[in-house]
Design a protein around this ligand. Structure first.
Ligand SMILES: Cc1cc2nc3c(=O)[nH]c(=O)nc-3n(C[C@H](O)[C@H](O)[C@H](O)COP(=O)(O)O)c2cc1C
Length: 416
């Protein structure tokens, strides 16, 4: 029989933990996010459907993206015990410079359309965290503005080769003059992927006001207020485009670009050259032979070829085959710091995040990107400690098993 008693006020006092409410709504909102998925949910609530879907969506049936994310979920870790992990060092060197963390910000187009602080939020957050920032050819802030916003951090420039080569190379020239240290040449866009969400949403750049978008805007007034009261969206010399982004890519991009062009582009750039969008071992070898400084194993976040190879699955073989060659960077599907730890353990030198930072941006501008980086950093440090790794160099393939759901019917290792 339980003996009951009347509670005394002095027993209750220590239980009462009423905190002073934070009057800053953005800070309150971001503090409630513990994972990138939490930021995703906030982003979705706050961003009109067309720009949200442009960011979140992928090509065709979106299988490339779903599979890449699943591959990271299907990691099994093998922790080593009784190691001194009181301090963990997450810093690394990539492409001849330092990074405080094993990831940087991937190039993303039209970033000011997602949230008005756009590229400047990404670049300043990256600078503050001590990691590299990549500006896209399709960026909505100028090369010089990004350099000015992140003057002591590392800026990388991503090149799409347009049909008008002089215009593309003029951008490369400006990036070199502005002190960008690395050129990422994206090679997986001979034509635009079929972004069906954009087609269904009737997506235009900038988003247009139709009865459908006006209805959708009502609960997202802050986005529209920001959008209408800041500098109009434009990129390089294009002010307005009334088709989908994929149609824009088809109009601008040069599908004739080949390995000789890559060689020529690399010669024009004074800094490090990285080829972004490598998807087979054979192509990894071919660009390594050209002598580039790095490759990005990537399927463009699933936005180009659907059912493309999963970059994370290609990683161990490519890392083995290219050992001593170009540095290996991996992207597509990263949603957790543990994904990054697994990639480093399996041979990546570095990783890039796309949507993970964009969800943060849409959830709360610059502070939202800070929060995304903070969440990933916490996950990286905790995973390393639990694995018994005090530095990135301590991470080895023994720490990770990739559990694979989809195995080839006929193993064709030449392609990986
Ligand atoms: C909204 C959005 C825009 C993108 N724009 C570009 C771009 O302009 N140039 C480029 O090389 N890659 C672009 N990417 C691909 C990213 O650089 C990166 O490869 C991809 O986002 C990685 O996948 P993740 O989003 O799962 O991290 C874009 C990705 C997204 C989500």
């Amino acid at each position: 029989m339980v003996q009951r008693r009347i509670p005394k006020v002095r027993d209750l006092a220590p239980l009462m933990q009423f905190k002073k409410p934070d009057l800053n709504a953005r800070r309150r909102r971001l503090a409630s996010a513990y994972t990138i998925e939490d930021l995703y949910k906030i982003a979705k609530r706050r961003t009109p459907k067309a720009p949200f879907d442009y960011t979140d969506g992928a090509a065709e049936g979106e299988l490339s993206l779903a599979r890449a994310r699943q591959a990271f979920k299907d990691i099994q870790f093998h922790p080593a015990i009784l190691r001194d992990v009181s301090q963990v060092d997450t810093s690394t060197t990539i492409l001849g410079g330092p990074s405080a963390l094993p990831f940087g910000i991937a190039p993303t187009g039209f970033t000011r359309m997602m949230q008005t602080e756009g590229e400047i939020a990404g670049a300043t957050a990256a600078g503050a965290a001590g990691i590299p920032y990549s500006l896209s050819t399709m960026g909505t802030s100028s090369i010089e503005d990004v350099a000015q916003a992140n003057p002591t951090g590392r800026n990388w420039f991503q090149l799409y080769m347009w049909k008008d080569r002089d215009r593309s190379m003029a951008l490369v020239d400006r990036a070199a003059k502005a002190g960008f240290d690395t050129l990422l040449v994206t090679v997986d866009v001979p034509v635009g992927g079929a972004r069906l969400r954009d087609a269904r949403n009737g997506m235009t750049i900038p988003p247009s006001l139709t009865p459908k978008t006006v209805l959708n805007a009502a609960p997202r007034m802050k986005w529209w207020f920001d959008f209408l009261t800041t500098e109009p969206l434009s990129f390089a010399s294009l002010d307005r485009w009334s088709g989908t982004v994929a149609q824009l890519l088809d109009t601008m991009f040069d599908p004739t670009v080949d390995f000789d062009d890559l060689r020529w582009i690399a010669e024009q750039w004074p800094g490090k050259v990285v080829v972004k969008g490598i998807q087979t071992l054979d192509d990894a070898r071919r660009v390594a032979d050209i002598g580039v400084d790095g490759i990005v194993l990537s399927n463009h976040g699933g936005r180009q070829l659907d059912r493309a190879p999963i970059p994370f699955h290609m990683l161990p073989t490519v890392a083995k085959e290219l050992s001593g060659g170009p540095e290996i960077i991996l992207d597509t599907g990263i949603m957790n710091g543990a994904d990054i730890v697994a990639a480093i353990a399996l041979g990546a030198d570095f990783t890039l995040i796309g949507r993970a930072y964009l969800y943060g941006l849409m959830a709360g501008g610059r502070e939202g990107v800070d929060r995304a980086i903070e969440i990933l950093t916490g996950e990286i440090e905790r995973t390393m400690k639990l694995l018994g790794a005090a530095s990135l160099a301590d991470l080895t393939p023994e720490h990770v098993t990739q559990l694979q759901r989809l195995t080839p019917i006929e193993a064709d290792r030449s392609r990986v």
